[in-house]
Design a protein around this ligand. Structure first.
Ligand code: G4P
Length: 529
């Protein structure tokens, strides 16, 4: 392999969580360990402030700031770690789903008090589609949380994931004394510490039967710990790294991110087991990560809404070979060659123009409208990276053109905005009613604003009674067409002409599914099949 050394040391991952579980806090602690920042508080939460949820311009402003920290790169123990940030706001969940297509593994943060929450479930569904390896960090152990066995059971059941505790907590809340490191057989005693240094109180003990345990944590807790650990060891044995790499088993760490407790144990394990960039499937063949020729894909597009800085940035993940500045690459969908004179990395400190990048890296490319989510760049070969899904929107509205003189502008605008992934566009079957689908209300405001500002097209939205879009396939084309005609009110085409059923409710959807056994209802669609 030509770039073996570069590829071998890269670890590209994302931290995912339900808002407020502690993603930002954990990110900051990891960056402190990696020396990418020096002081706590340096990472601004990209969480959209609660009071600003109705003001999308404010949200966009904050999002603009967060672009700079979209990818944080730091080194730890010889590894070059790319941490891809994901938006905290629910309305931007699509952005997060797409970011997950660009990572090789994830760290899932769970709040020990709240357990598995809505967003956790959704995000894990996306991870499971790609068998993404997961490490679980159970946070806020300094608060009175759920019983730890119950919590593990809840996670296993709800997220359909086998868990493998690597550390085990001694109590929680005010009584929280620390964790026992099952793998290294050490006791890490808890002390509130907001700095990331090596001052964690680690006591290496023989094992859990060591007689000094009593003197450290007291008789009652020592007895309980022995009982717990015996049970866990009997069930789990050693961590099977292959099963982790296949996304079947997730190592679990307990800690408190705000107190910088338990984070280092997790990071140490992360650099040992997290996968380096791997080969990826395309529409043509599997592209090996070690191939000499460059390939990569766009997984996210960020448009700046500030009229003074109207620019778009395409986020490209390098999948094979070496990406170089000023070299011509083949834009497969447009069948044209383009080069980038100012590609930049998102290194934590500043936006630096880069000369080259390797598999696992994310490069920011200035875009004047050439890119669409899922676009592939190569050195000439024609293929698309697959496994970039589109999910059903949650809110559907009819797009009404308020100024018929501006129809063309409106169509161009809608087409470009949906290419960026701001929303999805459906056209009602047999008619031309345009339906916009989004994950959150905010996007409708964004679309209305941008259509007017950037394309001079005024629009309004009419709420539609749909709750989900399902993509339809059927081996019998006639049956499918009959269904679409019969269910005209609920049938539409997506932007690429794929048939879609828009369901009013779960009941309607289930009824149609059972009435039409030959038709397959899919809850997501592939950008490239
Ligand atoms: P997020 O990015 O996942 O949305 O969560 P974030 O890190 O912003 O954390 C959400 C809140 O939880 C923050 O408090 C943070 O300080 C707190 N937190 C994080 N880790 C722990 C922990 O281990 N223990 C406890 N008790 N709290 C933790 P906040 O009041 O919302 O914000 P702030 O004013 O403290 O920044």
């Amino acid at each position: 392999m030509k770039y073996e050394k570069e590829i071998g040391r890269r670890r590209t991952f994302a931290i995912i969580s339900h808002p407020d579980a502690g993603k930002t806090t954990l990110t900051e602690k990891l960056l402190l360990f990696g020396g990418a920042i020096q002081t706590a508080g340096a990472v601004k939460s990209n969480k959209i402030k609660k009071h600003a949820t109705s003001d999308f311009m404010e949200i966009e402003r904050q999002r603009g700031i967060s672009v700079a920290t979209s990818v944080m790169t730091f080194e730890y123990k010889g590894c070059l770690i790319n941490l891809l940030d994901t938006p905290g706001h629910k309305d931007f969940a699509e952005d997060t789903y797409r970011t997950l297509t660009a990572v090789d593994s994830v760290i899932l943060v769970i709040d020990s008090v709240n357990g598995v929450e809505d967003q956790t479930r959704r995000l894990m569904e996306v991870c499971r589609m790609r068998d993404t390896p997961v490490i679980v960090f159970i946070n806020k152990m300094d608060r009175d949380g759920k019983n730890r066995f119950d919590l593990l059971e809840e996670i296993e059941k709800e997220l359909k994931l086998s868990l493998h505790p690597m550390t085990w907590p001694i109590n929680s809340g005010k009584e929280f004394k620390g964790v026992y490191d099952i793998h290294n057989k050490g006791l890490v005693l808890f002390s509130a510490n907001t700095k990331a240094d090596d001052s964690e109180d680690i006591i290496v003990i023989g094992d859990v039967n060591d007689k000094t345990l009593e003197s450290k944590i007291g008789e009652r807790d020592a007895a309980q710990l022995r009982e717990d650990v015996e049970l866990i060891e009997a069930v789990n044995g050693d961590l099977n790294i292959e099963e982790y790499a296949e996304g079947m088993v997730a190592p679990v760490f307990f800690g408190s991110a705000v107190n910088n407790f338990g984070v280092r144990e997790m990071l140490e394990t992360f650099v040992k087991i997290a996968p380096m960039p791997r080969s990826r499937q395309t529409s043509l063949r599997e592209v090996a990560v070690g191939e000499d020729k460059f390939s990569g894909f766009i997984f996210k597009i960020h448009a700046n809404l500030d009229p003074k800085h109207r620019d778009r940035i395409g986020f490209m993940r390098v999948c094979s070979g070496k990406f170089e500045r000023n070299k011509y690459y083949h834009h497969v969908r447009l069948d044209k060659d383009i080069r980038f004179s100012n590609p930049y990395s998102f290194l934590a400190r500043s936006k630096d123009v880069i000369e080259d990048a390797y598999p696992g890296d994310v490069v920011g490319l200035f875009d004047t409208g050439n890119f669409k989510i899922g676009d592939t760049l190569t050195e000439g070969e024609d293929f698309f990276f697959t496994g970039i899904p589109t999910f059903s929107p949650e809110i559907f509205k009819e797009l009404v053109n308020k100024d018929p003189m501006k129809t063309k502008q409106m169509e161009k605008g809608v087409s470009q905005l949906t290419d960026e992934g701001v929303a999805q566009l459906f056209t009602q079957f047999g008619g031309n009613k345009k339906i916009i689908g989004c994950v959150g209300e905010l996007q409708f405001e964004v679309i209305q604003y941008r259509l007017l500002q950037e394309y001079g097209a005024a629009c309004e939205f009419r709420t539609l009674p749909f709750y989900k879009a399902c993509w339809l396939t059927c081996s019998d084309e006639k049956k499918l067409q009959d269904f679409l005609r019969f269910k005209q009110q609920n049938s539409a085409e997506d932007k690429d002409g794929n048939p879609v059923y828009l369901a009013q409710s779960e009941w309607f959807l289930n009824t149609e599914i059972s009435n039409n056994p030959d038709i397959k209802f899919h809850f997501s669609s592939e950008v490239h099949k």
